[in-house]
Write a new protein. Structure first.
Length: 137
C-alpha cells in the first residue's frame, strides 16, 4: 500500500500542488481509501460479522475483550508485540487492544484483507495518475 505523503504526491505527478491543497487532498484520499477498502471487505460477510467488526472499531470493550479472550496468551502474541514495537502503542492500552482485536478479527474473518488493501490502493493510485491534470486545476 502506498503512503499518502508528499513523496506519493510527487510519484503521481501532484508534487507542485500548493501545500494547503496537498493536506486537504491527502485527507480526502485517506478517507476515500478507507471507504473503498471497507466496502470491498464487507463483501461476503454476514450482517452479524459486519456489526461485530464495527463494534471493535468503535472500541466496544465487551467485543474487544471477547476477541482478546479467544487468543491464548495474547500479550505474548507476535502481532501484539509488533504493535507495541513498531506502532508505538503502550502495552495494555485501549488503543493497543482495539488495534490488536481488529487485526485478529480480520485475520480470522477476512484473511485476504491485506490483498484487498493492496488492490484497492493500487486502483486508487492509478485513478489519481489518470486524472492528475484535472486534480491539479
Amino acid at each position: 500500500m502506498f503512503q499518502l505523503d508528499d513523496k506519493f504526491l510527487e510519484e503521481v505527478g501532484l508534487g507542485s500542488m500548493p501545500d494547503d491543497q496537498k493536506e486537504a487532498f491527502k485527507t480526502h484520499m485517506q478517507e476515500e481509501l478507507e471507504a473503498r477498502v471497507g466496502a470491498k471487505m464487507s463483501e461476503g460477510l454476514s450482517a452479524d460479522q459486519i456489526s461485530e467488526f464495527e463494534r471493535i472499531i468503535d472500541g466496544d470493550p465487551d467485543t474487544i475483550q471477547s476477541v482478546l479472550d479467544s487468543v491464548d496468551d495474547y500479550q505474548n502474541d507476535e502481532i501484539y508485540k509488533l504493535l507495541i514495537e513498531r506502532a508505538g502503542f503502550e502495552a495494555g492500552s485501549e488503543e493497543l487492544n482495539t488495534e490488536f482485536a481488529s487485526v485478529k478479527w480480520l485475520t480470522k474473518n477476512r484473511p485476504d484483507y491485506q490483498q484487498i488493501v493492496a488492490e484497492v490502493s493500487s486502483e486508487l493510485k492509478n485513478e489519481i495518475v489518470a486524472n492528475k491534470d484535472q486534480i491539479n486545476e
